[in-house]
Design a protein around this ligand. Structure first.
Ligand SMILES: [Zn+2]
Length: 389
C-alpha cells in the first residue's frame, strides 16, 4: 500500500504572505480582513509576524476612521490566541524529559535531531497543532502515541528535551527556535510496537476533532492503523464531521486509504460533495493513457471545488486525452453551480454566490489556465493540439 502522505508547508510561501501583509495593511482596506482570516491557519512564527504587522498598521493610522473596527478585529484575533494553553511548550518539554534519558554524543546534543523530528511530525510550527484550554492531558496522550508510532527513541527525546529546557532557562531563548530547520517528518506506522492499539486508536480518533494540525497528524496515523479498529472509528468520525468539509475530507482520505481506495467509485457519484471532492483528489486519474470516466463526470460537477480538483488531476496526467478534455471544458459554456459555503444554487453567469457572495473558481477558466500551463504549446487562437505535433 502506498504511504499516506499529507502536504508539507512552504516557508517561501509564508515569506510572501508576510511581505504582502506588511505592504498592504493600512493602505488597502480589505487587507485587514484577509490577514485576520489567515491567522488561524499559518505557522506560529507567521502568526506572530502578522499580528505585529497588524499592530504597526494600526499605530501608523491613528486618525483613520477604520481604526476602531481594525482594533476590534485585532482584539478578537489576540483573544483567540488566549484560548490556547499557556506555557505549553514548557509543559511539552517537561513531559518528554520526565523519564529516562540517554547520554548524548556532542553531535546529537548540538542538533537535537530527535526532538526536531518530533516537532516537525506533530506540525508544532502551526498554531492549530497546540492544545486549547482544557485539552492538555488528551494532547499529551496523543504525543505519547505519536512517539511510539513514529519509532522515536524515548531516551534520546528525554535527554534532548532537558537540553532544550536548559537553553530556555539560561538564555530566555524561544523553546523551539531553529528546531524546524533540517528536520524530517516520520512515518507513523510502528503499530506493531503499540501495547494497546485499541486505546491508541481511541486517542487518535478524539484528536480528529481538535485543531487542524492535530487532526491531520491523527488522520495520518489512523490511515496505517489495524483496519479492524481504524475503519469503524473513521466511519463514525466521518458522519460526526458532516458540518466541516475540510475535516470530513481529511477523514475520508484516511478511510479510503484503509479500504484500498475501494469506496472512491461510489463516492464519485455520492450526493455528498465532500465525498465527491475526495474521489476527485484520490482516484487514479488515468489508466493506460485513458482518463478515468468518473473524473470526466467530476470535472463537470455542480460544486466548483469538486470540478476544479478533477481538472487538476486530469492535467497532471499530461496525456493527450487530458489536453483534449481540458480544451473541451475550456471552450464550453459554464454551468449552474451550487455554493460550497451555503448551498445556494447559482446560475452560470454569477461569479460570486448571490446569497453569501462566496466566489469559487470557474471551472471553464481553470481548464483554460491548466491547458496553457501544462500543455503550454496550445493557444486559444484557434490552434489545435494537432498543429503542434
Ligand atoms: Zn453561498
Amino acid at each position: 500500500m502506498a504511504r499516506f502522505r499529507v502536504h508539507p508547508r512552504d516557508a517561501f510561501h509564508e515569506k510572501i504572505i508576510e511581505q504582502a501583509a506588511r505592504r498592504l495593511l493600512g493602505r488597502v482596506e480589505e487587507a485587514t480582513g484577509l490577514v485576520l482570516d489567515l491567522l488561524a491557519e499559518v505557522s506560529v512564527d507567521l502568526n506572530r509576524k502578522l499580528i505585529d504587522a497588524l499592530q504597526r498598521a494600526g499605530l501608523n493610522d491613528v486618525s483613520d476612521a477604520v481604526l476602531t473596527e481594525q482594533s476590534n478585529m485585532m482584539n478578537r484575533a489576540l483573544s483567540s490566541l488566549s484560548n490556547y494553553e499557556r506555557n505549553i511548550p514548557e509543559i511539552f518539554l517537561s513531559h518528554l524529559a520526565k523519564d529516562g534519558g540517554a547520554i548524548l554524543t556532542a553531535a546529537h546534543a548540538s542538533k537535537l535531531d530527535e526532538l526536531a523530528d518530533l516537532y516537525q511530525t506533530l506540525g508544532l510550527d502551526m498554531l492549530s497543532a497546540w492544545p486549547k484550554l482544557g485539552e492538555r492531558s488528551s494532547w499529551l496522550a496523543l504525543v505519547d502515541v505519536i512517539c511510539e508510532l513514529g519509532g522515536f527513541d524515548q531516551d534520546r527525546l528525554a535527554a534532548e528535551a532537558r537540553i532544550a529546557q536548559e537553553r530556555v532557562d539560561q538564555s530566555g531563548e524561544v523553546a523551539f527556535s531553529a528546531l524546524n530547520i533540517k528536520s524530517n517528518y516520520r512515518d507513523l506506522d510502528h503499530w506493531s510496537q503499540i501495547g494497546d492499539p485499541e486505546a491508541a486508536v481511541s486517542i487518535l480518533t478524539d484528536s480528529l476533532f481538535k485543531g487542524w494540525e492535530t487532526a491531520r497528524v491523527a488522520a495520518a496515523a489512523l490511515a496505517e492503523a489495524p483496519p479492524e479498529l481504524a475503519i469503524p472509528s473513521l466511519e463514525s468520525a466521518l458522519v460526526r464531521l458532516q458540518s466541516s468539509r475540510q475535516y470530513q475530507a481529511l477523514v475520508a482520505h484516511s478511510l479510503a486509504h484503509q479500504k484500498d481506495y475501494e469506496p472512491l467509485a461510489e463516492w464519485a457519484i455520492s450526493e455528498n460533495a465532500t465525498l465527491r471532492l475526495v474521489a476527485a483528489e484520490a482516484l487514479p486519474a488515468a489508466i493506460d493513457e485513458q482518463l478515468d470516466p468518473l473524473l470526466h463526470t467530476l470535472a463537470r460537477d455542480q460544486d466548483r471545488y469538486v470540478a476544479t480538483a478533477a481538472l487538476h488531476r486530469i492535467a497532471e496526467t499530461r496525456i493527450s486525452a487530458a489536453a483534449e478534455y481540458l480544451k473541451e471544458i475550456a471552450e464550453s459554456l459554464s454551468w449552474d453551480w451550487i455554493c460550497a459555503d451555503c448551498g445556494e444554487v447559482n446560475d452560470t453567469a454569477r461569479g460570486g454566490c448571490r446569497k453569501c457572495r462566496y466566489a469559487p473558481p470557474d471551472p471553464t477558466e481553470v481548464a483554460g489556465e491548466l491547458l496553457a500551463k501544462v500543455f503550454g504549446d496550445y493557444s486559444f487562437s484557434g490552434k489545435s493540439l494537432d498543429d503542434n505535433r
